[in-house]
Design a protein around this ligand. Sequence first.
Ligand code: RIB
Ligand code: NA
Length: 309
Amino acid sequence: EAIDVVVVGSCMTDLVSQAPRLPKAGETIHGHKFFIGFGGKGANQCIQAARLGAKTTMVCKVGKDFFGDNYIQNFKDNGVNTDFVGQASDAATGAASIIVNNAGENAIVIVAGANMLLGSEELHKALPAIGHAKVLVCQLEISPQTSLQALRMAQENKVKTIFNPAPAIPDLDTDFYRASDVFCCNESEAELLTASPVSNLEEAHRAGQELLRRGCSSVIITLGPQGCVVVETQGSPSKHVQTTAVKSVDTTGAGDSFIGALAFYMAHYPSMPLEEMARRANQVAGLSVQTVGTQTSYPFKKDLPAELF
Ligand code: RIB
Ligand code: NA
């Protein structure tokens, strides 16, 4: 039975405080709102793909605790297959402490917990799903070796791969590039990976070419309100995909909304040009920044204009 999108990645409980600004070291400030939500880059991407209509399967590990039980229910409520969602008894469900300022920017500390216990045993059990997917998506909130192994399993089975190197690590194993059909990161991740500034369009184009040289088939660097840069064949000019300006309330997880949408388009419209997929994914993510929260702000197919489908 065909699956559109399999995500091998993280689940986190988001503990979110809204405050006028981000505190400095050693400082206590008053915030005005606190809420708990479902997050984690892997799960966020999976949920966004599912809300657009993709048939999705999540491969992950949560704790045998209240947060883990709740998370499994959240997947079910969103129509995500949970056959490969494990519960560890020796580690807690991952947690993310998030502060969002009045500009909609954030600072996040993650404690990955049970996410780090996802390993090759679980991947082997999930091979029937991974090997029959149209698209596999991985990030870096689980053990990097597990992500790399999942990407390779997908490639061996001719499954398209999207790799999101987030949060970025400076000395990323170059095998990740070779295992990525689409290597998709934001500007700060691109800076860290290329060790050069990515603060304008020209630098983004250059960083994209550099990442492409490392062995992936294509690169997308997302630039927030500036849209994104798409780089495909080496030597040919990279393309800037613009996006319409929106008033941002909370940008947390906007990158995940973009990647979830991209995975949906790759699965449903495999022959669509990558820049068109990116243009549409920008519109989906653009809606998510206009509402508070991570998954709570991800649009469903019914909320979006028909021309996106
Ligand atoms: O990308 C946003 C996500 O990063 C949040 O949901 C938080 O859980 C962290 O993993
Ligand atoms: Na949001």
